[in-house]
Design a binder for this molecule. Sequence first.
Ligand code: ADP
Ligand code: MG
Length: 679
Amino acid sequence: MSADEINAPPAIKARLAKLGLARRDDLVLHLPLRYEDETRVTLIADAPPGLPVQFEAEVLDVSVQFRPRRQLVARVADASGELTLRFLNFYGSQTKQLETARDNGRRLRIFGEVRHGFLGPEMVHPRYRPVDVDEALPQSLTPVYPTTAGISQNALRKLIGKALGEADLSELLNVRWCARHALPAFADAVSLLHAPPPGVPEAALQLRSHPAWRRIKFDEVLAQQLSLRRAYNARRQKGAPVLCASGQLAQQLLAALPFGLTAAQQRVAEEIATDLAQPYPMQRLLQGDVGSGKTIVAALAACQAIEAGYQAAFMAPTEILAEQHYLKLRMWLAPLGIEVAWLSGSLKKAAKQAMQLQAATSAQLVVGTHALIQEGVDFARLGLAIVDEQHRFGVAQRLELRRKGGNPHQLMMSATPIPRTLAMSYYADLDISILDELPPGRTPIKTKLVSDARRDEVIAGVRGAVTKGRQAYWVCPLIEESEKLQLQTALDTFAALSEELDDLRIGLVHGRLKADEKAAAMAAFAAGEIDVLVATTVIEVGVDVPNASLMVIEHAERFGLSQLHQLRGRVGRGAHDSVCVLLYQQPLSPTARARLKIVFENTDGFEIARQDLHLRGPGEFVGSRQSGVPLLRYADLEADADLVELARQMAEHLLRDDPERAERHLKRWLGCREELLKA
Ligand code: ADP
Ligand code: MG
């Protein structure tokens, strides 16, 4: 048994483990969900309905009644009035206990909520216990902890009380610094939160705005910052190829482009170029809204790697997107004499082997799906790994790519803008570049919210757009629960539209098509041979067909906000006026309406993401990161944004000047879970 282990019988320990409690430190940091006020006694006649209150009363009579169902009923009274206690589930011993109290005139202390029933005030399943006449009331609020079956609140309270006495609660932060930021000492904060002394304002405890809560939240965010920054520093200790180049190749590429870079693209391209010339690996996340032009920035980085004599890999999450990238990058780079190879899981065996060989030897840029990391590809001299739409890949896949071919520089790209506070906390192990500007000349997309009842008008709109020479996407309803149903819906939608628009050329792409079928459909759409493309969310990311100016999304209320924004970004890529129709099914719940309104009213992906974060919490954004990143239990990224900034500074300071304390802080908060993070 280690010194920090909880001293309890194995059965209890197993249940504690379910709550994530393995060490004394875990118990100390297992903080109350809320509090109950047992420090006061109210008169029955004064009890406000629906709020928890405490009475002291004598038992008048006890009976087991059978109407409407078997129940234990006790009538009690204090000086002000009478009250009925009702227990629908009870033990025989309880009946006895109440009868004894009645016979001996012993008082009960009763805690619960009063409701006014048919026969006057009553309490259902109150907590109660017999007390002596002079038994003092508790001095502090009673904590209520998150718990699990088989561990009572009382048991938890005792275990935690004991842990508070035994654990090491020593202060790890500079006391003067804490005072300056109105943060109490750690020991004081946990003691107060587990057993708030009289006089602590209850509201500040319940709302978690009390300085003691702020201290805990700060410590929690600090632990997260420390672990991520330490992982970042550790990766930086490893060497990486220095990608020094004159920039000639990049200049040639720029000269051949039909457009000039935006100021944001230039700035970000420079940030990346500087990173690539360092002797340690770049770990950079490039964020930019849909259509902000991330691909060219990545291509410029690839040029630098290639000119320096290394290979670059470009990985995308779907076949459709990977193939589009391949075609575009080849169009840009092949004229400069660069050998661009394509690798996907769906290639025939012989072709794949040939490609693997090419990737291993002569290819300078290899574009593909995650087949790039899966299928025995051994890069000869990988200098740069680019991951598009990185949030679509799991941590494991990204780690795998990092391990490929030594220790390449990494550029991760994402069009799901991550709100600033979220990026600062959950992505603290990455450097972040932001493309905050769209290329000029884009016509803003008009978004319309239309009830499904007006589907006919929408169909007429599709015909109108096609008559004007444009093309349209029709996105099928999302059915998350079942892939089979999703497919069926896509087939049904395709059949229905083919009938309703029988004079137009309708195409279909969905996730179950073979890769070459998907590619053929996309190519036909890009070439203008298809007027209306019926699609599932396989087109969500990256797809770029400038002549498509209309998008219809069916059952828009089923999609996530960022997902809708991504989908909408498939139109408005050319010079034409573009429209996105969000079709919704009546009746719309108030929340669904509020969510659609956000997409309707905002065109800025960051703002949408911020509101999405507000509505759904960080889990949706960091889902695929979770296995490696400690989630926050107490801190709220929106309400406690100032603490994130403070913790970031403190983490830097501790790691640099006091690594021993950093270590102890991490141990307190993460224990053995920290090992996971070093992977
Ligand atoms: P995303 O950031 O969503 O991946 P893309 O890289 O696909 O965006 O770029 C969207 C479109 O804008 C592409 O057709 C691309 O060639 C074009 N583009 C990129 N940068 C510029 C620019 N500076 N000026 C004009 N068009 C640009
Ligand atoms: Mg893209």
